[in-house]
Design a protein around this ligand. Structure first.
Ligand code: ZN
Length: 56
C-alpha cells in the first residue's frame, strides 16, 4: 500500500478546493478507516476501492 504522501507526489491522489484528499482517477473524496492496533490510518476511495496509508 502506497503512502498518501507518495501518492500525492505521483499524482495518484489530489486535493480538492476544500483541502480534502480525492482519488486522482475517480475524483471522489476518500473515506477514512482507523485501525486501533496500527499506527496508521487507511484512506479508501469509495469508487474504485484503492487504499493508501496515512501515518499518524
Ligand atoms: Zn478511485
Amino acid at each position: 500500500m502506497k503512502s498518501v504522501r507518495k501518492a500525492l507526489r505521483a499524482g495518484d491522489l489530489e486535493k480538492d478546493t476544500y483541502d480534502r484528499l480525492v482519488c486522482g482517477e475517480c475524483e471522489k473524496p476518500l473515506k477514512t478507516e482507523n485501525d486501533p492496533d496500527e499506527i496508521k490510518t487507511v484512506r479508501i476511495c469509495p469508487n474504485c476501492g484503492s487504499e493508501w496509508k496515512e501515518i499518524r
